[in-house]
Design a protein around this ligand. Structure first.
Ligand SMILES: NC(=O)c1ccc[n+]([C@@H]2O[C@H](COP(=O)([O-])OP(=O)(O)OC[C@H]3O[C@@H](n4cnc5c(N)ncnc54)[C@H](OP(=O)(O)O)[C@@H]3O)[C@@H](O)[C@H]2O)c1
Length: 235
């Protein structure tokens, strides 16, 4: 299959890092289906809307995708919720909403797209986070648990979908600051990163492309964090 005909579906591709990854894949020869929830992606990518926090969202997205595309070479799961919540503010609803979107949705997406991915010998790249996915994070228990679940899910799915489909994850550190972080907070956090800077969406895009093409790599979780997980505290 010529490079130009490979198809990627990126969830959460309307804004921020997900949009940057979708554009990077497009620049690198993929035809991209860009999923969004409330922010439609700009440009000429095929845009597909779905609420992935809803139990039926993954199947609805798969139906909309199959109406437009016959193949799927790469599924990249970027859509997620990111909530800072100390323990006393984390009730059942807050916990469930992080788990539903950050862990359950990638599982349901893998299930919905598995037949197509198997047929195309495609791969999945889940987007975890070093915070929670690899290192504990005080004040973010629900988010952290959801990303830890996503890491284990990636490993289980790598076993279950082999040998036709590879399943990997990237675990970014800070690559785009959350809105509202002051300049001082950004400087303090950057000082804790061994490489002394925040990353960029392009750093993540390169890792996604590496995993998409790494034919003997499955069940891997690749940190893209400037070494932050090694330096003790995340938050
Ligand atoms: N930013 C960083 O430095 C960083 C660091 C580590 C990990 N990450 C991970 O990278 C990913 C993107 O993070 P980000 O900071 O770029 O963006 P973000 O602001 O966390 O974006 C959230 C994304 O999730 C989508 N989304 C929210 N609710 C949804 C729902 N109910 N159904 C479907 N999609 C929904 C949003 O779509 P709409 O906007 O269209 O609603 C948006 O595309 C996340 O998985 C995050 O955990 C980011």
């Amino acid at each position: 299959m010529p490079r130009g005909h490979r198809v990627a579906l990126v969830t959460g591709a309307g804004v921020r890092v997900g949009l940057a990854i979708a554009r990077d894949l497009e620049r690198n020869g993929f035809r991209v289906a860009a999923h969004y929830h409330s922010h439609r992606p700009p440009g000429r990518m095929v845009a597909l809307q779905a609420d992935l926090a809803a139990p039926e969202g993954a199947d609805a997205l798969a139906r909309a995708f199959r109406a437009r595309f016959r193949r799927l070479d790469l599924l990249v799961c970027f859509a997620a919720g990111f909530e800072a919540r100390p323990l006393d503010q984390t009730d059942a609803g807050a916990f469930d909403s992080q788990m539903d979107l950050n862990a359950r949705a990638p599982l349901l997406l893998a299930r919905a797209f598995a037949p197509l991915l198997r047929r195309c010998h495609g791969s999945i790249v889940n987007v975890a986070d070093v915070g929670g996915g690899m290192v504990p994070w005080a004040g973010y228990s629900a988010y952290a648990a959801s990303k830890a679940a996503l890491v284990r899910l990636t490993e289980c799915l790598a076993l279950e979908l082999a040998p036709e489909v590879r399943v990997n994850a990237v675990a970014p550190g800070t690559v785009l600051w959350p809105d509202g972080y002051s300049a001082q907070r950004r400087r303090e956090l950057a000082r804790r990163i061994p490489l002394r800077r925040a990353g960029t969406p392009l750093d993540v895009a390169e890792a996604v492309r590496y995993l998409a093409g790494a034919a003997f790599v499955t069940g891997a979780v690749l940190p893209v964090d400037g070494g932050r997980r090694l330096s003790g505290r995340i938050g």
